[in-house]
Design a binder for this molecule. Sequence first.
Ligand code: 13P
Length: 267
Amino acid sequence: MKSHVKRLYVGSNLKMYKTVQQTVAYFRGLDDLTRDIPESELCLFAAASYTALYTVSAELSKMRVYLGAQDLFWEDTGPYTGAVSPIMLKECGVRVVQVGHSERRRHFGETDSSVNKKVRASLHHGFTTLICIGETIEEKSWNVTEERLRQQVKIALNNVRPGQLSKVWLAYEPVWAIGEEGTPATPEYANRMHQVIRDVLMVKFSNEGQFVPILYGGSVNTENAIEMIAQPEVDGLYIGRSAWRATEFNLLIRQVRSVWLEKSNSD
Ligand code: 13P
């Protein structure tokens, strides 16, 4: 089966590295560099730190790059010290909300169940919601990767209605592939796991499930991005380190775009 996703999806998770001014400069640079690529062809986004969101959307109007947040809390208001609600993110001009990144699961006690609450809150408020899933190295060594992915997808999307699915994106990010210590998944491996994820979506949502973009993340760089996007089941890339300079990210985007165009024209 081939993916029915009609655009290329490329984004960066900026994690906790940039100041407000650095984030503004990054978005400005990326926006200028990629303006010529039609939005109908490329969906480009970056998830910034909370502190920078408001300034980015206030200083850069009509951005081509979608502004993303790295997390949210599920309640609108209340005694939740330190949390940021969907209403607050909306006020900051956010369009995409990332939920369930493995670093949130690892360092901040995020669970499948809290991911589900966040996904539902995010969709309820109309955000495009990027759900991150992926197996740990232990799960891979125990040979339970596919079960784990099925479980993560099913729980994250529990009580999500088919009509809300057009705002759901998934990022498959094997935990062992992410960051300095990570080893990128082989394109074939990523493709197989994307197929597993697609199958769950199709079983749960029938036809609607075929349009959900599934992005690969974990040590994507200029060496492996082309082969990764050439895979039939890989609809996009979610990138950390190799996308944190707008100029380098732009080059990577153009490389993958030409491969993606070939892939989609061969359909
Ligand atoms: P790296 O590309 O730096 O491995 O990070 C990927 C990631 O965590 C995207 O969410």
